[in-house]
Design a protein around this ligand. Structure first.
Ligand SMILES: Cc1cc2nc3c(=O)[nH]c(=O)nc-3n(C[C@H](O)[C@H](O)[C@H](O)COP(=O)(O)O)c2cc1C
Length: 332
């Protein structure tokens, strides 16, 4: 069936871009830029927003961009259009991570609407979760969400979970002494009037039993970090892809966001735990090499309290002007 390209009103596309900026990103670095033009949106990685100490290869930056790409696709779908995504469409432009092209109009399904409704409700939760186990059908839905984006999601069994958490704790300790890490963290937790970074209130609590190593975003603060016992048997998920190159990282980010939104839709709270991915020796130990898969993210999911949204930069800051358009954004 041939498709007729559509050109939605520019304000619809801008609204979808605004929604895409609600995606998660490493340290809330929001390392993306968007160029909407005609029936397409080009999504760029912003090299100036890469965390050079924690993320020297740019893997987590591209995962963050991939999460924004998925959110953009979903927003476009909710707006009533199908779209195609082309990853790294221009070899001469390495920062152009994805081109999302609107294909044709199609009413969103109930499932699309439910998933899209989770975009604004998904927030990283660094507080203790209830001890209630996550229902098997919800875990199936999360695995299916990853598969739809050509990734694999595994639920750690008890022994695996303990081994992953042990690795995460060791990686967290190893990272603490890494030259430049403290300054980099301070840069993204400075607070004030900024529209990016992780504010003090979002740092959550420290696990009193030191079992779950949530990242300490309050490290630079003079106030002591408050602690409480976290759930003793957390549900730990491992997201992996078949390859480990730039396009796989974008794919991993899309899968991550589909999994996170599906979890939010199903009433779960989520915490990415990426320290073991940031330490090469720990990353290698996360998965049996015989699987041929590369781990991209560790996630903790469970039943948690309500959390708030962290800030996002105004859309005018993330828009690149198209060849024949200005970056001017209508108010509101
Ligand atoms: C690639 C990536 C890695 C992340 N790693 C961690 C992490 O190790 N610990 C953590 O608490 N949050 C982590 N996050 C969550 C971000 O800190 C969070 O998305 C960002 O601060 C924005 O907040 P929000 O998710 O509530 O919108 C990660 C997110 C992404 C996309």
């Amino acid at each position: 069936m041939s498709t007729i390209p559509v050109q939605p009103p520019r304000c619809v596309l801008l609204d979808c871009v605004r929604t895409a900026t609600e995606a998660p990103s490493l340290h809330n670095s929001q390392p993306w830029r968007f160029r909407p033009r005609g029936a397409m949106v080009d999504v760029y990685a912003d090299p100036g927003r890469r965390l050079r100490v924690l993320d020297p290869s740019g893997r987590e930056q591209l995962i963050s961009v991939g999460a924004a790409v998925f959110t953009l696709r979903l927003a476009i779908r909710r707006a009533g259009y199908r779209s195609d995504v082309n990853i790294f469409p221009e070899p001469a432009e390495p920062d152009l991570a994805a081109r999302v092209t609107l294909a044709h109009a199609a009413a969103p399904s109930t499932a699309v609407r439910a998933l899209a409704a989770a975009i604004g409700r998904r927030h990283t939760n660094r507080w203790p979760f209830a001890e209630t186990p996550v229902a098997a059908d919800i875990l199936d839905a999360l695995r299916a969400a990853a598969r739809r984006e050509r990734a694999v999601l595994a639920v750690a069994h008890p022994a695996g979970r303990e081994a992953i958490l042990r690795l995460a704790r060791s990686a967290d300790r190893w990272l603490r002494d890494r030259p430049g890490r403290r300054e980099e963290l301070a840069r993204w937790t400075a607070g004030g009037t900024r529209h990016d970074g992780v504010p003090r209130w979002a740092a959550g609590l420290r696990d009193e039993n030191d079992a779950i190593p949530t990242r300490d975003f309050a490290e630079s603060s003079s106030e002591p970090r408050r602690s409480a016992p976290f759930e003793p048997y957390p549900t730990i998920l491992v997201l992996a892809t078949a390859g480990d190159r730039w396009p796989d990282w974008i794919r991993a980010g899309q899968a991550l966001q589909r999994v996170l939104l599906t979890a939010t839709w199903k009433g779960l709270a989520t915490t990415p735990i990426s320290q073991p991915l940031e330490v090469p020796w720990a990353r290698r130990m996360l998965l049996d090499p015989a699987t041929g898969l590369s781990v991209q993210m560790v996630l903790r999911v469970g039943y948690g309290g309500k959390t708030d949204a962290t800030r996002r930069r105004p859309i005018a800051e993330v828009l690149l002007p198209g060849p024949h358009t200005s970056a001017m954004v209508p108010a509101g």
